[in-house]
Ligand binder design. Structure first.
Ligand SMILES: *[C@@H]1O[C@H](CO)[C@@H](O)[C@H](O)[C@H]1NC(C)=O
Ligand SMILES: *[C@@H]1O[C@H](CO)[C@@H](O)[C@H](O)[C@H]1NC(C)=O
Ligand SMILES: *[C@@H]1O[C@H](CO)[C@@H](O)[C@H](O)[C@H]1NC(C)=O
Ligand SMILES: *[C@@H]1O[C@H](CO)[C@@H](O)[C@H](O)[C@H]1NC(C)=O
Length: 538
């Protein structure tokens, strides 16, 4: 038990020292080696999530060809793509959201990827996803949105060599619509098309993506507009949104950027007005809600229409002003109640990414947004009470227990934490859910709110790291951390109703004691005055 941490620490020292040596003679324009390693590891994480027949270039030894029958129940080929999290389900909505964010960060900070030698990985990562999205849209009236059943899959904990079946496939169609997922898929395909056309110089692939994006957007516009879980109840409770409006606008905006066709700019503007996205209350941006992204992307493409909304969204999200759904923890982490609770690193990163994307196009008015984002990135990378970068495999204090069946090496779903005690495979680059509202992190596999990993957790991370490289940011905080992570334990926290009951009981007891004391004093006083009378009368 003791040998392994010592060995790891030694390895860390050697690695850090070697990186130090390299840093002394940097090649011209070389990336900061720490952010380059993080970006590379984040790419590696996506490789670890790959489903289907793997290419010979696969770098993840414990990931095998898997899910090779996917789609057969519907006589379509749905092999490939990415597993969503530490499980074996495939979902279109969070995948599309993730791809659009990766593509966006890639478009804006391609030079960061280039300096870290990651541009071919960036293209491969996107393409592994968009190839699958195109398979999932086999004809104009169909989009597959889920492969695998939550009931079957969530009862399995083990490697990819024994994935439980059946793995049913679910689709939205022109008869059973799903506006949100189709709009988001259009955004993913169009943003990746733009990247391939302008940066990767693959016009054939770019045009295939653009054609598919326009086709799936037609499906998004098919009435009735509704969230896709109305049509596919299997996804309800797993990836369910509250509204389809933001995705409808987001898809159109990306199509406008990718094609230059002003029809899409006008569609975006019309839906934005129809669904009053300019005046809805500010909510964090994530896979379920693209409103923040709509404002920021819109401000780039059609400033007259969206700039005010972008400013309002960013001002509200990055400060704890009234009307903000977020505050800051004692340690300075952005905390959005109801969002951060189950994955604190997600609203933090998504907000930081939008802040930086906006600042890139509006540098003179964005100083406070950049400050906000830099602070949040530092928090995430070790500038926190736990001295922990919330990314696996980069530092001795990194999370050791991501909630990931394949990486854990375990097969006993009833003893996820202990079997095995130590993860079998390091899940390099995986961003975990993160700490709680008290800035505490317990690193337990069963605590999915803290240790879950998923496609959408690493998507903004890529853009953030590319930004750090592009702007020559100072080393991440973990680089100088040598102390171990503080050993914290869960304090028992009372449920609110119990706390209320205890307070009421205590108040009653105190009142009782007070009344008793008052009675006693009164009796004493009476007795005392009676004695006095007696004394007098004697
Ligand atoms: C990228 O990350 C993987 C996993 O940590 C590692 O094996 C590989 O050497 C890294 N490549 C570079 C260029 O840093
Ligand atoms: C990128 O590749 C070049 C040439 O192969 C090499 O000199 C450089 O150190 C690499 N940079 C990183 C960050 O891996
Ligand atoms: C793409 O083409 C442009 C213009 O022809 C060129 O400047 C750029 O280096 C090329 N990029 C790649 C990745 O080939
Ligand atoms: C722009 O897109 C619309 C909607 O898809 C299409 O009808 C129109 O022909 C396109 N215009 C051009 C110039 O491609």
């Amino acid at each position: 038990m003791l040998i392994i941490p010592t060995w790891l620490a030694l390895l860390l020292v050697i690695t850090t020292y070697t990186q130090h040596l390299h840093a002394q003679t940097p090649p011209a324009n070389a990336a900061n080696p720490h952010y380059a390693a993080l970006l590379n590891n984040s790419m590696w994480f996506y490789e670890a999530q790959r489903s289907g027949k793997l290419p010979s270039s696969n770098r993840v030894p414990w990931r095998h060809d898997s899910g090779l029958q996917d789609g057969q129940d519907q006589k379509v080929d749905l092999t490939g793509g990415y597993y969503d999290a530490g499980d074996y389900l495939k979902f279109t909505l969070p995948l599309a959201h993730s791809l659009a964010l990766i593509a966006w960060g890639g478009i804006e900070w391609y030079d960061g990827y280039a300096r870290a030698n990651q541009t071919s990985y960036l293209q491969d990562t996107l393409r592994w996803g968009t190839d699958w999205l195109m398979k999932a849209h086999p004809d104009a009236s169909t989009l597959y949105v889920q492969v695998g059943s939550g009931h079957v899959d969530n009862n399995y904990w083990g490697p990819d060599t024994d994935i439980p079946t059946p793995r049913p496939s679910y689709a939205i169609t022109t008869k059973a619509t799903g506006t949100d997922v189709a709009g988001m898929t259009a955004a993913a395909l169009a943003s990746t098309s733009y990247l391939y056309a302008t940066l990767a110089n693959d016009t054939n692939y770019a045009s295939a993506l653009s054609t598919a994006a326009q086709s799936v957007y037609n499906l998004a516009e098919t009435q009735p507009f509704q969230v896709y879980t109305k049509s596919v109840s299997a996804a309800a409770g797993l990836y369910q949104t509250n509204s389809f409006a933001s995705q409808l606008v987001y898809g159109a905006l990306w199509l406008y950027k990718a094609t230059g066709n002003t029809t899409y700019r006008d569609k975006a503007a019309n839906y934005y007005d129809q669904f009053k996205l300019g005046s809805v209350s500010v909510t964090p941006m994530d896979w379920s809600d693209a409103t923040g992204a709509v404002h920021v992307l819109g401000a780039q493409l059609d400033p007259t229409k969206y700039a005010a909304g972008a400013k309002k969204w960013l001002d509200t999200m990055t400060s704890s002003s009234s009307g903000s759904p977020c505050t800051f923890t004692r340690g300075g982490m952005l905390w959005c109640n109801g969002y951060s609770n189950s994955n604190a690193m997600v609203p933090l990163q998504d907000t930081a990414l939008l802040a930086l994307l906006h600042s890139r196009h509006n540098p003179s008015t964005s100083e406070q947004y950049v400050k906000f984002a830099s602070k949040q990135i530092d928090y995430m990378l070790g500038g926190n009470y736990m001295l922990t970068p919330y990314v696996c495999g980069i530092h001795a204090n990194s999370p050791h227990n991501p909630h990931h069946a394949g990486a854990s090496g375990g097969t006993d779903i009833d003893h996820i934490d202990t079997s095995p005690a130590q993860e079998l495979h390091l899940l390099y680059g995986a961003v975990v859910g993160g700490p709680n509202k008290d800035d505490l992190f317990f690193d337990e596999r069963t605590d999915w709110s803290q240790t879950e990993v998923a496609l959408d957790y690493n998507a903004p991370f890529q853009g953030l790291m590319a930004y750090q490289i592009s702007t020559n940011a100072a080393d991440p905080p973990y680089v100088t951390i040598t102390s171990p992570r503080p050993d914290v334990h869960r304090s028992f926290s009372f449920p609110d109703w119990l706390l209320a009951a205890i307070v009421i009981t205590v108040v009653f007891i105190l009142a009782g004691i007070g009344y008793y004391a008052w009675l006693k004093r009164h009796a004493l006083k009476r007795r005392f005055s009676k004695n006095k009378e007696q004394v007098v009368s004697v």
